[in-house]
Design a protein around this ligand. Structure first.
Ligand SMILES: [Zn+2]
Length: 410
């Protein structure tokens, strides 16, 4: 297959499909009630893999600006994510001995969910957040925030205005930038020479092993291994010195990188993760080839369950309206005939409809009011937290359904 797309990391021609999920609308473009009759734009969800550098990637079918300018995701609405951020902030304050003379800069700082913990201890912070509505929420909390996309120029400009940072944090954004080399250069511009950059991103190894294909959506441009992430950072003179494996987002990596000149030797953990990737086949194209069959099995199992439930006149509703749910629902062709509604804690989403499928989103209380037979949990990665939070469903004999990594009815 020839292709008009080139690798965003090494510029090679992209000729190989990793997985094709068909056409899908932008997963965060929740539809307001007034727009329910308007047409929607669908884009391809065809993920490619580079034969040269092995970066798994979604071509930029959509521009970053059109995705992130009015982003509906507010970090503070997930309890476990807020707790994760608090732990990380404490670790960094201790290990880097941060003081009132330091600077912590966060890229994609969202509503200040992380920086607030540094600021509460008197450590100066700066947020860089492309979505104006989300940045406004951060500013309302008193978190200094610039509404910008990070690239080499903005990185340098912000460093001149605010100074270079001792710690630059980029959580769940590296995989979401179309220009990954420009973003890496921006990080390099923001950090002091002996400073530290930390990035968190979903680990491709976990995506493949856990069949987490619903983490594929237009906002997620690169599906990174430690190997490909290290290559991308190296283009900007940043060297990976340590790595931690995290349970967040179905299994993420937190990568610690420093400017080359002050990096030193990487820890044994770096080699261990690279070895586990190699063992899983991620250092060859062939190692990526079984994923499509695993995805088809998830689709057929979930549809089989929903069709059987409909035939038996059982009611099924959703819990959560995460972006990933929209990939799953659109790929499987599930609409309100099979999933009557879903609920979400975020008031921004309530009263709107899921993109593409037009399934209505209500407040969580709706579940207890309507007592459905099954609740399909769309943010399945928060399985433990939500099993507990939704334990009241059992009081009327209802059951929870988790679609991934394989269909589970509990
Ligand atoms: Zn490449």
């Amino acid at each position: 297959m020839s292709s008009r797309h080139r690798c965003r990391l090494c510029d090679a021609n992209l000729a190989r499909v990793f997985i094709d999920l068909g056409m899908s609308p932008l997963c965060e473009s929740y539809v307001a009630a007034g727009n329910i009759d308007a047409p929607e734009v669908f884009y391809p969800l065809r993920v490619l893999i580079c034969d040269e550098c092995l970066l798994v990637q979604l071509p930029a079918y959509v521009s970053g600006e059109s995705i992130f300018s009015d982003y509906a995701y507010f970090s503070s609405y997930s309890d476990s994510w807020v707790a994760h951020a608090r732990r990380f902030a404490r670790e960094m304050m201790t290990s880097l001995s941060l003081t009132a003379e330091s600077l912590v800069t966060e890229v994609a700082s969202n509503d200040g969910y992380l920086l607030q913990h540094f600021q509460a201890r008197g450590i100066p912070v700066l947020g860089i957040e492309p979505a104006a509505n989300v940045a406004a929420a951060a500013r309302a909390k008193g978190i200094r925030t610039e509404v910008r996309f990070l690239g080499p120029d903005t990185g340098a400009e912000i460093a001149i205005r605010y100074g270079r940072a001792d710690l630059v944090v980029a959580n769940n954004v590296f995989a979401h930038v179309p220009d990954i080399r420009g973003f890496a250069a921006g990080l390099r511009a923001l950090v002091k020479a002996p400073g530290l950059v930390t990035l968190e991103f979903p680990h491709l190894l976990r995506l493949i092993e856990g069949r987490q294909y619903d983490t594929i959506y237009h906002e997620h441009f690169s599906y990174l291994s430690l190997r490909t992430a290290s290559s991308a950072l190296a283009t900007a003179g940043l060297r990976v010195v340590d790595v931690a494996e995290l349970g967040t987002h179905g299994g993420s990596l937190r990568v610690y990188a420093r400017p080359e000149e002050s990096a030193g030797e990487p820890t044994a953990r770096v080699k261990a993760v690279l070895d586990s990737e190699e063992l899983a086949g991620l250092h060859t194209v062939a190692g990526h080839e079984d994923f499509a069959a695993a995805v088809l099995k998830i689709k057929s199992d979930l549809l089989g369950f929903l069709l059987a439930a409909a035939r038996d006149r059982r009611t099924v509703v959703g819990y959560g309206a995460p972006g990933k749910g929209n990939t799953l629902l659109n790929h499987c062709g599930i609409r309100s005939d099979m999933l009557a509604y879903t609920v979400d804690r975020s008031p921004v989403k309530q009263g709107r409809f899921l993109p593409g499928t037009h399934i209505p989103i209500y407040q969580p209380e709706r579940i207890a009011q309507t007592k459905p037979d099954y609740v399909l949990v769309l943010p399945w990665n928060l399985r433990e937290e939500l099993t507990e939070q939704l334990s009241y469903v059992r009081s009327w004999g209802g059951r929870l359904v988790f679609p991934i990594p394989e269909l589970a009815i509990v």
